[in-house]
Ligand binder design. Structure first.
Ligand code: HEM
Length: 423
């Protein structure tokens, strides 16, 4: 049995190689499910390496991958709306999605592949990821409040909506676009290769045809947060290091305290899960770029080069909040200003062309995981009402999802704890 913590064991067979071997390739894939490719996560352990080798991240585990997992370079996030009233059909789709996700995260094509099957039928896989490595693809599913509201009775989950899955209140400055907000379900696809992430969402949407439809989606091209403090901290589009004081994927105690839903929290089906807040935050980049360096640094509360907190020398030095302006972002977002509230940030930069007025439609697609949305994002975002950064940003999209625990093994499936009878 392979040591799941040894990154050198995270082999990366190419999709083409697996298909090229035909049946043998599929057999290898199955065998690998117990071996190197599909390492089993036991909990908070993550594979800190593997970006360069295009390694696979284990799909099975106590928690879903894509939360504490080292942040990959690219994102394709999709919010889906349900189109079927039939519980059995919906559950069947979740099982089909799981089977496809299990294969794609291991670098294998969906079903019987992209070619070589029945000439009269469309292939199971769309094909654009053939020859590409697994690229640390993770697929993370979440259930939105509207799934419980609209389909609670029909799907037998009316009483299962977690209290912590609140509808987000209106925050000062919000200018939300309904077409970029909400969703009955979401899938977060993260990978180091954008084509691998897009392939994954596209194939899930294809499998879901007639049962779910994509309501909105977002591509992200540069991580703005890190869960691996030993690596260089990435920079956001404002040019500042972002994610310095994030929760690391290896900090089991803080993950347990702030990210994973505990048994005592309820409901039972969410134990080992988490809650995701997604916000599309537009940056007024052109205005920011005309702002003096001093002002930029005052607004963030850190210097631009090193990323050190105001009055300190090094990025990792403990912030001294009182040295910062009262409306500095870091001062207001810091746990000490929010009764200890702490979230795991996992956002990405986006640039979606221009807005017709000569400005880039760019910003931060903010993703944050937490044990309770009320104690996490809501608390911090309320405090950010005073944030001097608000002059340069605007929240234009918003969604919240309950992210169930991980898929335990090859017989388990996404949402099993919610849709199994005893839940
Ligand atoms: C476009 C919008 C935003 C930008 C450009 C931005 C940028 C930054 C930067 C540069 C840092 C300092 C580095 C670090 O510790 O990570 C930071 C810290 C932080 N931000 Fe943001 N941020 C944005 C929105 C948000 C939002 C919406 C929240 C939550 C509601 C948030 C929560 C935090 C937290 C919790 C910290 C760490 C504070 C600490 O512990 O010192 N940020 N942000």
């Amino acid at each position: 049995m392979t040591d799941s913590t040894d990154p050198t064991q995270a082999t990366a067979p190419s999709r083409r190689a697996l298909i090229g071997w035909g049946g043998a390739g599929l057999a290898l894939g199955a065998a690998a499910a117990g071996g190197a490719v599909a390492m089993t996560r036991t909990g908070d352990d993550v594979d800190p390496a593997g970006a360069a080798t295009g390694a696979a991240v284990a799909f099975h585990g106590a928690h879903q991958a894509g939360i504490a997992t080292p942040v990959q370079d690219r994102l394709h996030f999709a919010a889906f709306d349900v189109k079927t009233d039939d519980r059995a059909e919906f559950v069947r789709m979740l099982k089909d999605w799981t089977a496809a996700a299990r294969r794609m995260t291991a670098g294998q094509p969906v079903g019987e592949g992209a070619y070589g099957g029945l000439a009269e039928a469309p292939p199971d896989d769309t094909g654009e990821a053939l020859g590409l490595k697994p690229s640390r693809l993770t697929l993370t599913i979440g259930f939105g409040p509207s799934l419980f509201e609209k389909y609670g009775a029909r799907f037998g989950i009316a009483d299962a909506r977690p209290e912590a899955l609140v509808d987000l209140p209106h925050f000062a400055g919000d200018n939300l676009d309904r077409n970029r907000s909400g969703g009955d379900l979401c899938v977060q696809a993260c990978a180091d290769d954008p084509q691998v992430a897009v392939h994954a969402i596209r194939n899930l949407a294809r499998i879901g045809f007639g049962k779910v439809v994509i309501g909105w989606s977002q591509l992200g091209f540069g991580k703005t947060s890190s869960t691996t403090p030993e690596e260089q901290t990435p920079r956001n589009l404002m040019g500042f290091k972002d994610g310095t004081r994030n929760i690391a994927g290896t900090e089991s105690d803080r993950l347990k305290k702030f990210v994973w839903v505990g048994e005592e929290d309820g409901p039972r089906w969410m134990t080992g899960g988490s809650y995701l807040v997604a916000r599309r935050i537009r940056m007024h980049i052109e205005t920011w770029d005309r702002t003096s360096l001093q002002e930029q640094e005052d607004i963030i509360g850190r210097d631009k080069g090193e990323g050190a907190p105001v009055g300190r020398a090094k990025e990792r030095d403990e912030p001294f909040l009182k040295a910062m302006k009262p409306d500095a972002h870091v001062r207001l977002a810091h746990p000490d200003s929010n009764g200890g509230a702490t979230i795991l940030r996992r956002g990405y930069s986006f640039t979606d062309g221009t807005d017709g007025l000569g400005r880039l439609d760019a910003g931060l697609f903010f993703l944050a995981y937490q044990r309770d949305v009320r104690e996490g994002f809501v608390r911090i975002q309320r405090n950010l009402a005073l944030d001097s950064l608000n002059e340069y940003i605007q929240h234009v999209g918003s969604a919240v999802f309950a992210v169930p625990p991980g898929v335990r093994d090859k017989d388990d499936w996404w949402g099993s704890t919610l849709f199994s009878k005893e839940a």
